[in-house]
Structure formats: C-alpha cells, structure tokens
Design a protein around this ligand. Structure first.
Ligand code: DX5
Ligand code: ZN
Length: 216
C-alpha cells in the first residue's frame, strides 16, 4: 500500500464543501485532486481561484491541481498563490511544454503533465526527466462518472518502461473511472497515485471507500 489516493472534489457536494474536505482530512487519502476546466480545452466549466483558496484554508493535505485549460502559462503564479502544491498541465494544451514545466517548478510547485486517452506515451520521451508526475487520463477529460478506457493499462506499462529507461523519478497518476474493478490491476501495472471522484463521493461510506482503495 505504497500508492497514494487523491479524491477528486469534482464529485463532492459544493453546497457543503467543508464537510467533504473534513471527510478527506480525516480519511486515509493522501491528496486533494482539484479539476480546473475552462470550457475551451474541455466541454465543461468547473471552478476557479476563489474556490481553491477556500479549499486550501481547510485542507490539511497537499492540493493536486489538474488544469484542463488552454494557456496554463498565464496563471501559474496565481495557482501557487491560492495553494496548489502539484500543478499538472495537459501536453495537448502546451506549445512550449518544457518552458511551462520549468515555470511551475520555479514557482515552488511540483510539475505534472497529463495526456489524453488518444495521446501516445511516446510524446513524453523528451520531457519525462523534467517532470515530477505524469497523469494518464483514463477517460476523455471534462466530466466525472465516465467509463474507464481499457487501453490505459498498456499506456501505464509503456510509461513505466520509459520512466525506468530515462531514470526519471516521475510518479504515475491515473484519472477517470477508477473503482474497485480496476484499482488493483492499475497498481499492479505501476500506478503510484489513484484519482477517484464519483466512486468515492457517491458511495454510502466515503471514508471506508477511500480506505478500500488505499489498502489494496
Ligand atoms: C475528469 C477529471 C477527473 C474526474 C474523475 O475530467 O479529470 O478527475 O473528477 O471522476 P471519476 O472518478 O468520477 O471518473
Ligand atoms: Zn482530474
């Protein structure tokens, strides 16, 4: 059980967010996963700086911020200022990815890069040694509660191989459709961080669901 659990607040109850933040604080979860969507890079809009700032006030665990936005370079300092600890950008949204990654690190955060389901792992071969984490999307980004895409396992194996070959320290995070039917196999394939939203927040005993994912 060396893997980490990062519950996605996208599926939390925003009318009573403090309760869900406390639940995560008091659970075996390791991070808070925050999904930021701009309605351009993905067909949905989530929440922005003021909400992240409020979450950061009460969260006692690192904020794992997943940017599904175009032009993330414009806002790197702002995300640091509202409390992001890990900032992940999409490969598909960055023309100068190396510059973006360096800017995230220069602002005192861990830098992650995410790839969409159709983007091959091979595009990461010249960036892998500079990133702290790779987030493999196992659904098309934009919404919680979607079905896990099976080809993800192949991508994780390929990524693990690339990480070993390049002697990178990057963690592997998987995001989308994670539940008890795939979590164990994902960990066995090489995943370090499991993101789960609807599986946790729609369950009857959220703390217990987190414990189940943690204690695989
Ligand atoms: C989807 C987001 C995910 C989402 C996962 O675009 O990046 O983090 O919240 O939700 P589930 O676990 O319900 O698939
Ligand atoms: Zn996410």
């Amino acid at each position: 059980m060396n893997h980490l659990i990062s519950p996605s607040l996208l599926s939390a109850n925003f009318a009573n967010l403090k309760q869900d933040i406390d639940m995560v604080n008091n659970s075996q979860a390791d991070w808070f996963h925050l999904d930021i969507m701009d309605g351009v890079f993905v067909p949905n809009i989530s929440f922005g700086f003021s909400i992240i700032k409020q979450i950061n006030k009460y969260a006692k665990k690192p904020l794992d911020v997943h940017l599904m936005i175009v032009n993330p370079d414009k806002f790197i300092k702002e995300f640091k200022d509202v409390g992001a600890d890990i900032l992940t950008v999409h490969y598909e949204a960055c023309t100068h990815l190396n510059r973006t990654i360096e800017a995230i690190k220069a602002n005192g955060m861990k830098a992650g890069v995410s790839i969409n389901p159709h983007t091959p792992v091979t595009v990461l071969q010249d960036i892998i040694e500079y990133v702290d984490m790779v987030l493999i999307m196992s659904v098309n980004p934009g919404f919680g509660g979607q079905k896990f895409i099976g080809n993800t396992y192949n991508k994780i194996s390929q990524l693990k191989e690339l990480i070993n070959k390049k002697k990178s320290n990057a963690l592997i995070e998987v995001d989308g459709g994670v539940d008890m039917s795939n979590a164990k196999q994902l960990i066995d394939t090489g995943v370090d961080v499991l993101v789960a939203g609807s599986f946790i927040f729609n369950s009857d005993n959220q703390t217990n669901t987190i414990a189940q994912l943690k204690n695989l």
